[in-house]
Design a protein around this ligand. Structure first.
Ligand SMILES: [Zn+2]
Length: 283
């Protein structure tokens, strides 16, 4: 299996000159690296890249002993959100990144600063570099948070059920756009999918029209739930946080259609008692 990992290089000025010329060039490796590799195996190829004044080496390793931790628990439903990045059906909440918010504020300030400089001047070039560096930092932060979450999910659960969010459709909705782009749902989905493939985890996407937030988890009744209503309170006496209720519904949705696929997976939830056939058929 080929796995790549990326490291940052801190070259001397002379080395930087060499690396500048090597950017984007792939080299096959013949000799050993000084630094230990994250994966043991045959080093195949190194690619040098440069972004915002920093150098990176992406190292491709051919390994057959990649042995991820086997998922321990049965299944999980994940409700993605804006305020909190994710709510799990186990009750765990992963908050959105606060540092990111702060950096976005700095970015605004630095961009304004840049726009005031005379174009083509040395000061303008300097301000431009500072904006680029911050941009990159923000992009790294975004990715780090998502990698953490996707790692955690695929290492812990055998079955993961997520909403199939129409991300590009949501971004068109102007006021939500910023927040959704920040949360990086599309990237998260990509990461979960490829890590699940590594680890033999099953990922299920609930149909986009499946009303996970609107369905009462206890009795299955569908309620009208405007976005500002944060609690599911049903006539049957079931009261639960909106996102947790949605996550639990997603978990059950995944398990309902998994029984046939993976009989080895332990059920953490009762099968849904209600007439769920309507939305099961549409998927
Ligand atoms: Zn109910």
């Amino acid at each position: 299996m080929l796995i790549a990992h990326k490291i940052e290089l801190r070259p001397t000025p002379e080395q930087a000159d060499y690396l500048n010329r090597a950017c984007g060039v792939r080299r096959h490796c013949y000799n050993q690296m000084r630094q230990g590799l994250r994966f043991t195996g045959q080093t195949k190829q190194v690619t040098i890249s440069k972004r915002a004044g920093r150098f990176y080496a992406s190292i491709l390793v051919d390994t057959d002993e990649y042995n991820p931790h086997a998922p321990e628990h049965a299944s999980v439903g994940v409700d993605l959100g804006i305020k909190d990045l994710a709510t799990l059906s186990t009750g765990e909440v992963i908050p959105a990144n606060q540092r990111l918010k702060k950096h976005l504020k700095y970015l605004k300030r630095r961009q304004r600063n840049l726009s005031r400089k005379v174009k083509g001047s040395r000061r303008s070039a300097k301000a431009k570099r500072s904006v680029a560096r911050l941009h990159q930092r923000i992009s790294h932060q975004r990715k780090a948070v998502l990698h953490e979450l996707s790692d955690k999910l695929t290492r812990t659960y055998q079955v993961i059920t997520l909403e199939d969010l129409n991300v590009s459709g949501m971004i068109k909705n102007h006021c939500l756009a910023r927040a959704i782009a920040d949360a990086g749902f599309g990237e998260l989905r990509r990461q979960i999918e490829y890590k699940a493939a590594w680890r033999g985890v099953t990922v299920i996407f609930a149909n986009r029209f499946y009303p996970s937030s609107k369905t009462c988890h206890a009795c299955g009744k569908i309620h009208d739930m405007p976005l500002n209503q944060r609690t599911m309170a049903c006539d049957c006496g079931h009261v639960m946080d909106r996102d947790l209720n949605a996550a639990k519904n997603l978990d059950r949705y995944g398990l309902d259609r998994l029984d046939a696929l993976r009989p080895d997976v332990k059920r953490t939830q009762e099968p849904s008692q209600t007439a769920s056939a309507a939305w099961v058929l549409t998927a």
